[in-house]
Design a protein around this ligand. Sequence first.
Ligand code: CDP
Length: 209
Amino acid sequence: MSSAPFTVAIDGPAAAGKGTISRAIAAHFGFAHLDTGLLYRAVGALALDGADPIEAARALLPEALEDGRLRTAEVAQAASRVAVIPEVRAALLDFQRDFARRPGGAVLDGRDICTVIYPDAEAQLFVTASAEVRAQRRWKELSGKGDDRTLEQVLEDVRIRDARDSERDAAPMKPAVGARVIDTSDMSIEEAVAAAISHVEMCRGATAT
Ligand code: CDP
C-alpha cells in the first residue's frame, strides 16, 4: 500500500451518518480516522466544568477525548456553543491539518473539513439527511444509552445545533463546492457506505493518473 498522504474530508450536520461512513471508509482503505466533533465536545465538556473554552482548547490533552460524557446531548450543545468562538477553532486547527496529511491516508469528519481544515482534500463528501430522520436516529442512539429525552426534544436539539452550526461567522457548516453530497434520508447504512466508498474510489483513481 502506498504511504502517500490521501485525505478524505467529510462534513455534514448532526446524526447524518458521518461517523458510520467515516469509520467504514477508514476500515476499507486502511486510513486513520479523526472524529473532529470529539475535539469540540471535549472543549464543551471542560467549559461545562467551568473552564475558559479558549484556554481549554489551547491546552487540550488526549485524555480529554476519553471523557465518558462526550456523547451526551448536554455536551453536544456545549460543543456547538464553544465552536462559534474563532480562538477555539484556531487552537484546534494545526492538529487537524497535521492529521489530514499523515502518511498512509486519513479520514476526517466534522463541519468545516472541506471548507477550512483541508480544502485540498482529494476526496470530499457532504453527508446529510432531513432533520426528522436525523432526530429519529439520534433519539434511538440516546435511548439505547438510557437517556430519557423524547423524540420531540431531540428534534429540537438537532434544529438548534443545525442553526448555530450553519449561521455562525467562524467556519459555518455548508457543502463545499467540490464535495459530493450524499443525502442518507432514504438510504440504508449499507447503501450510504457504498455510495461514499465509490466516490472515494473514483477520487483515488483520479489522483493516481
Ligand atoms: O456527532 P454529531 O454529528 O452530533 O456532532 P459532532 O460531530 O460530535 O459535533 C458536535 C459539535 O461540534 C457540532 O454541533 C459543531 O458545533 C461542532 N463541530 C464543529 O464546529 N466543527 C467540526 N469540525 C466538528 C464539530
